[in-house]
Design a protein around this ligand. Sequence first.
Ligand code: GLA
Ligand code: ZN
Length: 679
Amino acid sequence: MNATLTRVPHLLHGGDYNPDQWLRYPEILEKDVELMKKAGCNAMSVGIFAWAALEPEEGKYEFGWLDQVIDRLYQNGIYTVLATPSGARPGWMAAKYPEVLRVNADGRRIPFSARHNHCPTSPVYREKVRLINTALARRYAGHPGVILWHISNEYGGACYCPLCREAFREWLKKKYGTLDELNHAWWTAFWSKTYPSWDLIDPPFDNGERGVHGLTLDWMRFVTDQTVDFMKAEVAPLKEANPALPVTTNMMGFYPGLNYFKFRDVSDVISWDNYPSWHEGDDRETALSTAMTHDLMRSIKPGKPFLMMESCPSAVNWKPYAKLKRPGMHELASLQAVARGSDSVQYFQWRKGRGGFEKFHGAVVGHLGTGDTREFREVEALGKRLKGLSKLAGSRFVSRAAIICDTENRWALQEMRGLIQEDKGYLAEVRRHYAPLFRMGVNVDLIDEESSLEGYELVAAPMLYMLRAGIAEKLRAFAEKGGTLVFTYWSGIVNDTDLTFLGGFPGGGLQELFGVRMEEIDTLYPADRNGAEVLPAGKEAGLQDRYEIRDYTEISHPAGAEVLAVYESDFIRGLPALTVNRFGKGRVYYAAAVFEDGFYRDFYRKLVSDLSLRPLEVDLPEGVYLSERRLEDNTSCYIFQNFNTEEVSLALPKTLTSLETGESLETLVLPGYGTVFLL
Ligand code: GLA
Ligand code: ZN
């Protein structure tokens, strides 16, 4: 049984459905339902940008068409994921209440145009949203066909209007109390930036203050808080009508504009929109990045299923190249979402419109209007397969390993001046730690600094530059109880307003945990290389003789830790490149540099084996990935996926049974792009 969508015992299959664009084509609306059934669809997201159709004039609602759509879907066994329409406001509202329109970072108010551009502070906008959401909730929150609220669409961006600027100042007053506190926290004595009054504080406009990092950070936090607050306001009337009907909002993976982890409490279920660039470069690498994004999104609510709210059945029309998915990739990529914990495969879009920006964006039904296309047939075949996988609905994705990938830390790193200026390499470093674990089939969560460490045995915290409140204590307690920690260079540098620690790095009480004292960090030019010479103790930790090093070499001195590898050249020759410290019952590793990939592979192989983190003792060929979902009775479903175009075979460590065919297997033969679910 699907844990969050308690009325739905299946994986969801369907997508964004825009009948509001087709009201003049009743025969098409009829045909839609026939095709949906043929494609094995059971859930449609309706009304996402339908405000103009729902309220064509101020206060005059038109629900007749939506009644018909929801009823018709329901009568045909298709659930509705019902959207609130705030992602794009109607023209009458823009004309009458310009304050609902967003002001960009250049200070200009945008005219009535496009979408995703409202002001989240505007009392008028909030009131209009409250009214339409209340009306929708009164009418549909008890409808047996409606299973989930889809709140707005891809919240994002920021508004710099006078209302938002004022709200930002209020937010700051609440946070700092006095200007004196704020000025200290932001270190404004630098360049005589001391704020003598609250009114002088503005967001980082394009031509405004970009050098006060505390300000930029707080602005990003404010934008997140204001968006969460807006979502809460959207949700309130919906919950009032039916508290049991869950809500979600569709997110965008590693989108940097919002700290999605702050949406944990206001969302009953996490959902996101997945658009990888398949067939651009090596698909096995794209699959790894995509899995990592699924894992980040899932980890907002660790262990719980999430929903893939959008994905494209074929060509994505906003990418630089609108490449078609090769035969078989649709099934493989869709089942990858399921493998990583999704309870759905949803598309953008059900049907291509006749006009507008997305008329050539991939869809289940194209302009031909029938099911007689390759695209449709692939969706139909997948629909059949998903039906056979109902047992997975609601199953959990349990990880004993986690990587801290913190959005506020990412913002702070991006803002600071120094290191490799353009891109400090945070996500690349996170990926270095993720890749070997993923390749071994170890389930991994990507959590943030506020997440609980309960239940994990291995936690990597790469480039933990900014220590947010509580994280240092949490990490110490984790190691004390026997946890294994992996840290890197450039950690424990600043507190959460971006003020550096004094008295040595890593600061914030982490020096004792690392058993290392850092002194300086060297940023290497792109062609520069150093190396790590592995000491005997390092070889016992599973490492080979030598690894290449690039990008960063941090200079540090052991203060209790054991040295496992040292730099091989330059003036830092002989200084630690890798150390381990015993802390409480745990072990704390510190990698002082960026190593070649083979290092992370060898390093994590040994850790994973010491901690027995693999769900199955199986050596996975390159491009074959293993995920594990836990069924209701806590037994495991092992999901093998082959991202190679050629067939591969591998010996299983025990006899397993196919969830779909019931066949017993000792050897697994996976066709190119194949997926199997084994019990
Ligand atoms: C986003 C939006 C959709 C649509 C798709 C196109 O994810 O949420 O409305 O624009 O992109 O890929
Ligand atoms: Zn605004």
